[in-house]
Design a protein around this ligand. Structure first.
Ligand SMILES: [Cu+2]
Length: 527
């Protein structure tokens, strides 16, 4: 096939600008290569979805063995975040009217056009080199030749979790089973595409009594032995080229199973069957192979560079936060972990109403709890963990120099009122201390230079106490710039109160005005 197509490529290169066939400067080596071909007499691309990493150098070869001319135009997500599949550009094509033919049906300069193959004549091919967008999201690609769009469209997912699964689709079923049924005999409730290439239970519309069949293609980089794994609650089974490789069937709690397959390099069909009876539900899919370590292929769990013992990392959706309520090390029995997709994490201790720790990188590894192995305390999965003072964060003191009360001596005065999630799943913690109500809203801040965590505290009270203090840190503290350097690892900046060092602690007296007080805190990792 390759040798047959080569002459066409050579022919074509004479007609097209040189850079269309020879890599432009800096693209001699690329991060990802994708080949998309039209299907003969089917008005379709053979690759309907694939994923690339943000800012990756991409070489996309577009082949047209069909008898009609086609193009491939990559569009921005637009207002519908890719939901319109690029139809906005098609609407612009229709408006071209008579100019359509001379412009090769391409509305040049349309704000949603990122890259275009140009019209590729029958039996020809072309190559486009581009840098993937920096912003994660769903980028549709379309053929703008009149009448083709409805069938000729696909989705490029830009994702940090780009993976080798393409054309991933699902069929979703309702039913009550104690083992995987023969799904081929059942009628799916709905079907869809997972452009991210990640297996997930997200499309389900109920919590119990459902099943999925996922089908896609996986690109094996070399000939060799590959290990596939599923972990699921309840049963799952994984097929490669229609042969069972992992059998993890039956009703059970989250449980892993593995299998091996000797495979040739290239695209192999991957299929995962899954069912959920009742209770909790989960699905993890991963693989490893010649020359690469275990890679997660499912959402809500990342390979994390071999971070966790099982790689079942809990991770937030892009732009959101994940909440983990369980036993977390150094945070007491009522810990609430918050992991922002920006790679900033914290644990809130709902016993002492304090931030127990903050850290960067991966959030939490759910494996220990999911496996039911050990009821122990789970440590943060990431790095640069900074512990904040144990004991209550707010206290009333007789004088500014008084010792801070010991941990949990006054917890009867503290009441946790839960948390609210905003649209981005970011929590605001609400709690009370005596007759003071507190709203505590952390938020990640990412910048070019460094990432940090900011926190807004809103206090209100009818009988505003005059001797309430907030303790931000303890240890070796020095005033530096406008903030405080704590234990050489953390820089704290406080607004809305006069912070001072007392008894090896960074304390802020709370001053109420008209029954309210506001405090802003920025936590920054010291270099
Ligand atoms: Cu077309």
């Amino acid at each position: 096939m390759k040798s047959r197509l080569l002459p066409y490529a050579v022919l074509l290169s004479a007609a097209l600008p040189l850079q269309a066939q020879n890599p432009p400067k800096g693209f001699e080596k690329v991060d990802q290569e994708i080949v998309i071909s039209t299907l003969q007499a089917a008005m379709k691309y053979d690759v309907r979805s694939f994923s690339v990493k943000p800012n990756a150098k991409v070489k996309l070869t577009f082949k047209n063995p069909d008898d009609l001319p086609h193009n491939l135009i990559i569009c921005t997500p637009g207002k519908s975040k890719g939901g319109d599949k690029g139809k906005e550009v098609i609407d612009a094509v229709l408006k071209l009217g008579e100019k359509g033919v001379e412009q090769n049906w391409e509305p040049r300069g349309h704000p949603r056009i990122l890259h275009s193959s140009g019209m590729v004549q029958p039996k020809k091919e072309t190559v486009i080199w581009f840098r993937a967008p920096k912003k994660e999201g769903n980028y549709p690609y379309i053929c703008t030749f009149p009448g083709h769009f409805e069938l000729m469209n696909g989705m490029m997912a830009v994702s940090k979790r780009a993976n080798p699964v393409t054309n991933l689709t699902y069929k979703f079923y309702h039913g009550s089973w104690t083992a995987l049924p023969d799904f081929s005999k059942l009628e799916p409730k709905k079907t869809g595409t997972l452009a991210s290439g990640l297996f997930e239970l997200g499309p389900r519309d109920r919590g119990d009594g459902f099943g999925f069949v996922f089908t896609g293609e996986i690109e094996c980089p070399k000939d060799g032995v590959y290990t596939f794994e599923t972990a699921s609650d309840d049963g799952s089974r994984l097929y490669i080229d229609d042969k069972v490789v992992v059998n993890n069937d039956g009703v059970h709690a989250h449980k892993g199973a593995q299998g091996k397959a000797k495979l040739k390099a290239g695209k192999r069909k991957i299929e995962v069957h899954y069912f959920e009876g009742g209770g909790e539900e989960s699905l993890y899919v991963g693989w490893s192979g010649p020359g690469f370590k275990k890679q997660s292929l499912s959402k809500g769990a990342s390979a994390g560079g071999g971070g966790g013992p099982s790689g079942m990392l809990i991770a937030a959706e892009e732009g959101e936060a994940a909440i983990y309520r369980n036993f977390i090390a150094d945070a007491g029995p009522r810990a609430i972990g918050v992991g922002y997709s920006e790679g900033i994490n914290l644990t809130f201790d709902a016993n002492n109403m304090r931030f127990a720790q903050i850290w960067q990188g991966d959030f939490m590894d759910g494996a220990r709890h999911w496996n039911g192995r050990g009821q122990g305390f789970q440590p943060p999965a990431g790095e640069a963990v900074i512990k904040l003072p144990a004991g209550t964060a707010f206290a009333t003191l007789e004088s500014a120099t008084s010792a801070w009360p010991k941990a949990e001596t006054r917890t009867t005065e503290l009441r946790f009122r839960g948390y609210q999630l905003d649209k981005q799943q970011h929590p605001t913690f609400r709690y009370e201390r005596g007759d003071v109500s507190i709203e505590d809203t952390p938020a990640p801040v990412t910048g070019e230079e460094s990432s940090h965590l900011k926190r807004a505290l809103r206090l209100s009270s009818k009988a505003a106490p005059g001797n309430l203090y907030f303790r931000a840190a303890s240890g070796n503290i020095a005033a530096e710039g406008g903030g405080f350097l704590v234990n050489d690892e953390l820089i704290i900046t406080i607004t809305g109160g006069k912070a001072g060092i007392q008894n090896g602690e960074l304390r802020v007296p709370i001053e109420f005005k008209n029954g309210t007080a506001q405090l802003g805190i920025i936590y920054q990792w010291a270099e």
